[in-house]
Design a protein around this ligand. Structure first.
Ligand code: SDX
Length: 428
């Protein structure tokens, strides 16, 4: 296992570069000695760049493996619950039987939002996309905590994490209630996290409402599957924003904005739109052809991944959850699910998808599941943002306490005009 590399530029003396071994996966080449060579490295999309050292999540794209602090996602989805995963991602270990109740109480203590937050919603049209509202109201949390927050203080970092984990379900449900003109429902601290979210989404003040335990467990598994995913676009955004010393609530708002894109967290909403557009199994071949056509911008949403060149392990679990939920709500034979199964089968047998290693990702089945739970399509990415908040804030805390912590400032390959003199109007 080599720990050295050499870079020879032209006739110059070769540059010795150190290689750092990872505890799992690819080793990294430390480019620091290139500092005075007069060269930059070029890696658009950062697909070959390790932007930081992290101990939180590990992905093996070729094997289709995902570990949260070393624990396989399959075991965590089956045996754990979302708040336990939050503790694991934040603290690095699963909570023991005395730590878990205390952590849950801490989170429950922060589920309410300031009453003035309600006023922010009134500034939005009722048909505003809930992700637009979430970017606004989560960023606005900065205004309520900014002055008392010392981001270098580990206790302040921890309370910011608790506030965000606790308040995201409340704010997400408020987005939905606002869009349908129903009153906001307050969190209830005598029920579990995911059940509490569902009651804030679907409860009404005029009558008692109780979530189905199966749907609450399905919601909890969806939160677990989306909790973290290494240095994806939105997590990298949170780290980049945090590196300037920005308020953690503002950094999470930046992560929400990044997640909204259809290439990233917006894909679950785009999958449902795509399935409705395909309409029937008879049309699958036409859309597979469109996805393969270089001149057609159409892509099969819910397929492909920058890292996974094998089946996304979350997609397998998501498909099982989807089946459970559909059976429970009596939609097991829903045309949309049957269409999704047929599309998955045909795509996985198609040479183009096999050659390009395009497999279903976590978003392929999450949309159908959320739809079966009764969550509207435009809320899908809000659910993703709710779940991913613990991953984002765990990476923010890790970045804030990293020995190498400094402002992120990439360079560029300049392709613009050389220096030239100002041109007066009569010469343009
Ligand atoms: C998430 O990074 C993360 O970890 C993200 C995430 C997380 O948890 O944070 O996992 C969540 O974002 C999942 C991905 C959700 N997005 C989608 O489902 C949108 C559809 N997928 C594609 O847009 C695409 O696969 C990406 C954006 C996900 C990945 O793009 P890459 O790795 O940059 O791959 P690429 O765009 O360079 O594609 C490689 C080839 C291309 O063909 P060539 O130019 O080499 O000939 O595969 C083709 C692409 O045209 N391709 C597809 C395709 N995805 C890639 N062709 C058809 N349909 C697709 N979905």
């Amino acid at each position: 296992m080599t720990d050295r590399a050499q870079l020879t530029i032209g006739d110059a003396t070769p540059i010795e570069l150190n290689i750092h071994q990872a505890s799992l996966g690819e080793a990294v080449i430390d480019l620091a000695p290139m500092a005075n060579t007069g060269y930059f490295t070029y890696d658009p999309g950062f697909s070959l760049t390790a932007a930081c050292q992290s101990s939180i999540t590990y992905i093996d794209g070729d094997k289709g493996e995902l570990l949260y602090r070393g624990y396989p996602i399959e075991q965590l989805a089956e045996k754990s619950d979302y708040l336990e995963i939050c503790y694991l991602l934040l603290e690095g270990e699963l909570p023991n039987k005395s730590q878990k109740p205390g952590f849950i109480e801490q989170i429950k203590h922060h589920t309410l939002v300031h009453e003035q937050m309600r006023s922010f919603f009134n500034g939005f049209r009722r048909d505003a996309h809930p992700m637009a509202i979430m970017v606004g109201v989560v960023g606005a949390l900065s205004a309520f905590y900014h002055d008392t927050l010392d981001i270098q203080n580990p206790e302040h970092q921890q309370i910011a994490a608790y506030r965000l984990i606790a308040k995201m379900p409340t704010l997400a449900a408020m987005c939905y209630k606002y869009s349908i003109g129903q009153p906001f429902i307050y969190p209830q601290n005598n029920i579990d996290y995911s059940e509490n979210f569902l009651q804030m989404m679907f409860g009404v003040p005029s009558e008692p409402w109780k979530a189905s335990p199966v749907l609450a467990r399905a919601m909890d598994k969806i939160f677990i599957l989306h909790a973290d995913h290494e240095q994806n676009a939105s997590t990298s955004t949170v780290r980049m924003a945090g590196s300037s010393g920005a308020n953690p609530f503002a950094c999470i708002a930046a992560g929400i904005a990044t997640l909204w894109g259809p290439a990233h967290g917006g894909a679950n909403e785009a999958v449902l739109t795509m399935l409705h557009e395909i309409g029937s199994v008879d049309n699958i071949a036409k859309y597979i052809a469109k996805a393969k056509d270089k001149n057609d911008p159409f892509r099969l949403m819910g397929f492909g991944h920058r890292v996974y060149k094998n089946y996304d392990p979350r997609a397998k679990i998501m498909r099982e959850v989807c089946h459970e939920v559909l059976d429970l709500v009596g939609l097991g034979e829903t045309p949309l699910f049957k269409l999704a199964l047929a599309l998955e089968k045909i795509a996985l047998e198609d040479d183009y998808f096999i050659e390009k290693k395009l497999y279903p990702n976590v978003d392929f089945y999450s949309g159908i599941t959320l739809s079966a739970i009764g969550i509207p399509t435009n809320m899908f990415t809000v659910i993703f943002a709710l779940a991913r908040t613990v991953g984002w804030i765990s990476h923010w805390i890790e970045m804030m306490n990293a020995p190498s912590h400094k402002i992120a400032r990439p360079r560029q390959w300049y392709a613009g005009p050389k220096q030239r003199d100002f041109k007066p109007m009569d010469q343009r």
